[in-house]
Design a binder for this molecule. Structure first.
Ligand code: UDP
Ligand code: MG
Length: 318
């Protein structure tokens, strides 16, 4: 009887990637276990830490945690594959009816889980968290991040909000869709909104990092931004073509004006330098337009290659 009631409980998986977070994983696990203690009568939990090829004691600490409480599980990468891939491996390994994923550096407070689960129980398949204060971050990072999100939203078809971190709850249905997207260049902050489903939002104040240092360097952030733009927009490819068309048409127009003026003035109207520049611009226009056409084909290939599902159905009548 007891077993049966146990089976009726829903399982919630918690996924957290860790790269050189030896001190943090232990503290994080402690906090998570404390938070889930209050929810244990309603849900079963599994906690999956993904050690992303750390050089420190992270993996040993995860194994230790597992010995003390078998609900804490771990995966260890053979080398550092990066945050987004570590997160993906963790999401692939989950068995729960819902998954919450967060950073393991204690910046994402586990106290928020309760509120996120509440939203999930209300029927939301995607629960985003929104950072309300980023006081702990340097001004340069804030400015860069604002510029990046403004830029990406200009280009992208799905809206990607600035203060939404990789700290979310996904229902199993949404998670299965996300897991079916196997692109190598992963930008989960865009992939989750791409799936759709009406989301809920929960606000939180990001904590300061106490132990360790942030691993996202300026260069890594640039790579991350590049992945975000390239995997959510083919507009830059189209703009090459537009630039070509613009150069071609303006130079053709100028040449026509020149020809007309030459007829009127009965002599070649432009100086040799201007003539050369105009023909040159025209040819550059032709080259760029051709590149633009090739880019259009490339964008078709691109979407075929990443092989995303064609559509996501959110509901069906019985
Ligand atoms: N992380 C990871 N692999 C990496 C870099 C980071 O798994 O190559 C993890 C890290 O342990 C942390 C999360 O990703 O849990 C976010 O990293 P970080 O704190 O450096 O990013 P920030 O908070 O500065 O955006
Ligand atoms: Mg952090």
């Amino acid at each position: 009887m007891q077993d049966e009631s146990k089976k009726l409980k829903k399982t919630i998986s918690i996924v957290s990637p860790a790269y050189n977070e030896a001190e943090n994983v232990s503290l994080m696990a402690k906090e998570i276990l404390e938070v889930i203690k209050k929810l244990e009568d309603k849900y079963d939990f599994e906690i999956i830490f993904v050690d992303d090829g750390s050089d420190d004691e992270t993996w040993n600490n995860i194994m230790e945690l597992n010995k003390n409480d078998p609900r804490v599980k771990g995966l260890s990468f053979a080398r550092n594959f990066g945050h987004q891939i570590a997160l993906t491996a963790g999401l692939d390994a989950t068995t729960g009816d819902a998954v919450i994923y967060c950073d393991s550096d204690l910046q994402h407070p586990p106290e928020l889980f309760k509120e996120m689960i509440k939203k999930w129980e209300e029927g939301f398949k995607v629960v985003h968290t929104v950072r309300t204060s980023t006081d702990s971050e340097p001004l340069s990072k804030k400015v860069m991040s604002k510029a990046f999100y403004r830029f990406i939203n200009m280009l992208s078809d799905v809206r990607i909000e600035q203060d939404m971190a990789d700290f979310k709850l996904l229902d199993r249905t949404a998670l299965d869709k996300l897991n079916s997207m196997r692109e190598h260049n992963r930008f989960l902050r865009g992939m989750v909104p791409w799936i759709g489903y009406k989301p809920a939002y929960v606000k939180f104040i990001a904590r300061k990092r106490i132990h360790g240092k942030p691993w996202y360097s300026f260069r890594k952030n640039l790579t991350f931004a590049k992945t975000g733009i390239l995997s959510f927009s083919v507009k830059p490819l189209k703009y090459i073509g537009y630039l070509g068309l613009f150069l071609m048409s303006t130079s053709v127009l100028a040449i026509c004006v020149g020809l007309a003026m030459s007829v009127i003035t009965k002599g070649w109207y432009f100086s040799p330098n201007v003539t050369l520049t105009l023909f040159n611009t025209f040819l550059i226009g032709v080259v760029l337009t051709s590149l633009g056409i090739m880019s259009l084909y490339l964008s078709y290939v691109y979407y075929e290659v990443i092989g995303r599902p064609l559509y996501i159905i959110s509901d069906k009548t019985p």
